[in-house]
Design a protein around this ligand. Structure first.
Ligand code: PEP
Length: 251
């Protein structure tokens, strides 16, 4: 994993109140055992309405991400948040293509890819999520589906320095049914091979591929030990004290 710094994202999804946000931020700010920034990238993703609160109160060695951004320049798009607004607020990262948006809000591979390209064009770094459903896995299509999702993104990305790929099997998200380390490693290795053939050997070597899906304090160390697992995108457990254990899992 030489050259690929461990990366841990905390996706709070649609959760939190002002008081709960304060509590989580205080917990992270008080955690003495979070490794320094040159060892691990930690990116917290609260809902839009709490971004300013988190950004202004969170310790400076931890970073902040939005959970979505509009696909083009802002304007007459009621209810949307533009990349320009995130830039204006100083939000460095955005999560795009999360399966909850792909499935519930019908975001297509192309729409996600356009969002990735637009966010990058505005200087925002992207956590781009891909992953198969249970049905797709059981019918032997997992790798094909993941390659299609990656292909759509790769077609619109020229600079991979600011992209982290998150492999999140849908059947493992919020279910407590975590992929085994071998299952995660298999897909991550395959994705890296795909990048080598379809993007470049250099990108394949340097791009971080993180795993998401029921990561917890109990399973993170074994997953982090896999050679192609470069970190995690954490949902449920990112709201709990065990998140700091997950942050340390790669060391
Ligand atoms: C996620 O929301 O990206 C996620 C992986 O959720 P959970 O950890 O709760 O499965």
């Amino acid at each position: 994993k030489i050259g690929r710094k461990f990366f841990v994202g905390g996706n709070w999804k649609c959760n939190g109140t002002v008081d709960e946000v304060k509590k989580i931020v205080n917990l992270l700010n008080g955690a003495a055992d979070i490794p320094p920034k040159d060892k691990v990238d930690v990116v917290i993703s609260p809902p839009f309405v709490f971004l300013s609160q988190v950004k202004s109160s969170l310790r400076p060695d931890l970073s902040v991400a939005a959970q979505n951004a509009w696909v083009q320049k802002g304007g007459a798009f009621t209810g949307e948040i533009s990349a320009e607004m995130l830039v204006n607020l100083g939000i460095p990262w955005v999560i795009l293509g999360h399966s909850e948006r792909r499935l519930l809000l019908k975001e297509s591979n192309e729409f996600v890819a356009d969002k990735v390209a637009y966010a990058l064009s505005q200087g925002i770094k992207v956590i781009a999520c891909i992953g198969e459903t249970l049905e797709q896995r059981e019918s032997g299509q997992a790798l094909k589906i993941i390659a299609e999702q990656a292909k759509a993104i790769a077609a619109k990305v020229s600079d991979w320095n600011n992209v982290v790929l998150a492999y999140e099997p849908v059947w493992a998200i919020g279910t407590g049914k975590v992929a085994t380390p071998a299952q995660a490693q298999e897909v991550h290795a395959d994705l890296r091979k795909w990048l080598k053939t379809n993007v470049s050997p250099k990108v394949a070597e340097s791009a971080r591929i993180i795993y998401g899906g029921s990561v917890s304090g109990a399973n993170c160390v074994e997953l982090a030990g896999q050679p192609d697992v470069d970190g995690f995108l954490v949902g449920g457990a990112s709201l709990k004290p065990e998140f700091t254990d997950i942050i340390k899992a790669g060391l």
